[in-house]
Design a protein around this ligand. Structure first.
Ligand SMILES: Cc1cc2nc3c(=O)[nH]c(=O)nc-3n(C[C@H](O)[C@H](O)[C@H](O)COP(=O)(O)OP(=O)(O)OC[C@H]3O[C@@H](n4cnc5c(N)ncnc54)[C@H](O)[C@@H]3O)c2cc1C
Length: 477
């Protein structure tokens, strides 16, 4: 399902790569991270090309809610406890600076992207937690306060308000920047070996390579598969909903995200680990809540997206791996990739221009932190469960017991098969194993897709690749 961003801002198409080329820098991925990074690097005089598997912004950037804020949920009280005040201050500053950098970019390039300064709020039923967060944020220099929420439609004990944040239309910002760049669309990177990038359209030789492809698809080195998982959330665009002022996010279980764009409310929620959605009904639950809170509203669009979550909740930005000094990466944005994409563009640009960056060490992908150990162990355990299921779990369903409109893994002609039964009873069969690392896929009834619970790759009902880290589709059985 298409987001309101694509429906309101078509982006000019680009041709695929049609020959072998050489460049200073190749950026893989034309989302917000790839575009901002390529734009900044090109301004320093370097020759840059962007390789995009699909269309510009067709990844998560085209499905975001595009809030620009340093308020990443209830984050700073916990961060000070886990990492200390100095690191928490750096994190806050990096994100506040990113908002200013967007303001500067919009002005400098005269971009009409519905950029609007507004306040951000995180709401909760737990007033104590909110007050602690407001104090922590103030300590770090953020203009934050605990406020009551008498007019907010969701029951809450109050909210933490961050002043002077912003929201915008992500594609309207990207479109004019993309026009200045050399971008090859429909050019899927298949493999990278030192400075050689093989795509489905030709080979690119680059002195430096930036992985801005959301979830890195290379397994070794780097081992990002052991250090991240993906979480999916659902969004409705509602007319006639009378949206509250500002941008909102909930901190409790079953909470929601709200912002307006023009006369519409973007209402998001129903988060879950990608691949853990067997029961489905996420859109249904979100629609029910929307009817309850905004009874006069009318839905104009619905879509979903996913983002990478790191075990210590800090993104990875910087050198890809010690054995690959000319590869760089930006990933693990925790659903806060708008400010983080700008931070990444600045860190990566400084690194390639041999300039110090005050935030580089905080986001260094090679960091080892005590905070990440339990999360990394859970990632490993989850991958083992996904593989274990493939080899040891005997399917309980049969093609006959799968209801119409649903899918499931069944035992058929001596092997496991993923079977979808459409509304007319017709069945579609695929291999139920993820080509990335072999985990058993799960059927996602909401998006009618096969999703991987280990690392979040997704495939449509015919088995075509929707999103990585996998690089190929799943074969028909
Ligand atoms: C529901 C939801 C709401 C969100 N709302 C917000 C918000 O309000 N504010 C905020 O700050 N963040 C938000 N986020 C997070 C934010 O949208 C993402 O972090 C951000 O868009 C990621 O941008 P990116 O450029 O890194 O990745 P993407 O936009 O996914 O771009 C990566 C690109 O790489 C391409 N690619 C992948 N593999 C290859 C390959 N092998 N070869 C060539 N190209 C390849 C893909 O096609 C894609 O276009 C939200 C996330 C979700 C899930």
């Amino acid at each position: 399902m298409e987001s309101i961003w694509f429906a309101s801002c078509p982006i000019e198409r680009r041709n695929p790569l049609d020959r072998d080329i050489k460049t200073d820098i190749a950026v893989i991925g034309a989302g917000m991270t790839g575009i901002l990074t390529a734009y900044k690097l090109q301004k320093t005089g370097k020759s840059v090309v962007v390789l995009e598997a699909n269309r510009i912004a067709s990844g998560q950037t085209g499905k975001t809610t595009a809030k620009l804020t340093s308020q990443h949920g209830l984050f700073y009280h916990r961060m000070i406890q886990d990492w200390g005040e100095e690191k928490a201050r750096l994190y806050a500053q990096a994100n506040e600076n990113a908002i200013e950098a967007y303001r500067g970019l919009v002005q400098e390039e005269q971009i009409d992207c519905d950029f609007e300064t507004t306040d951000a709020y995180v709401y909760s039923q737990n007033a104590e937690m909110l007050k602690k967060e407001a104090l922590a944020a103030q300590k770090l220099g953020i203009c934050a306060s605990f406020v009551p929420t008498p007019h907010f439609p969701i029951d809450a004990a109050g909210a933490v308000k961050f002043q002077n944040q912003a929201q915008f239309h992500p594609l309207k910002l990207i479109a004019p920047l993309a026009q200045k760049l050399t971008i090859y669309e429909n050019t899927l990177v298949l493999s990278v070996d030192a400075h050689q990038i093989k795509t489905n359209r030709g080979t690119v030789w680059a002195s430096k390579i930036i992985f801005a492809c959301h979830y890195p698809f290379i397994i070794f080195p780097g081992m990002y598969f052991a250090r991240m998982h993906q979480e999916r959330s659902y969004v409705l665009a509602l007319e006639n909903a009378d949206p509250p002022e500002g941008m909102w996010i909930g901190a409790d279980e079953h909470s929601y995200s709200l912002r307006h764009w023009r006369n519409m409310l973007l209402f998001g929620g129903e988060s879950h680990r990608t691949g853990k959605n067997r029961q489905g009904r996420r859109y249904q639950a979100l629609r029910q809540k929307a009817r309850e809170l905004f009874p006069n509203s009318r839905e104009t669009a619905a879509w979903s997206a996913q983002d990478c979550i790191t075990p210590d909740h800090i993104p990875y930005i910087g050198s890809y791996a010690p054995s690959r000094p000319d590869w760089l990466i930006a990933t693990g944005f925790q659903k806060w990739g708008m400010t983080t994409a700008m931070t990444a563009a600045e860190i990566l640009c400084d690194q390639l221009c041999s300039k110090e960056n005050p935030y580089a060490d905080l986001f260094r992908p090679g960091r080892f932190s005590a905070q990440s150990i339990p999360g990394a162990a859970e990632e490993g355990a989850q991958a083992m469960r996904g593989l274990g299921k493939r080899f040891f779990q005997v399917p309980r369903e049969t093609a006959e017991t799968i209801p119409q409109g649903h899918g499931g893994v069944v035992w058929e002609t001596g092997k496991k098969t993923g079977v979808l039964k459409d509304q007319s009873g017709k069945t579609f069969s695929v291999s139920p194993h993820c080509p990335h690392m072999g985990c058993q896929l799960e059927w996602n009834p909401d998006e009618q897709s096969w999703d991987c619970p280990c690392h979040g790759s997704r495939f449509d009902r015919q088995g075509n690749l929707l999103e990585g880290p996998a690089q190929t589709g799943i074969s028909h059985s």
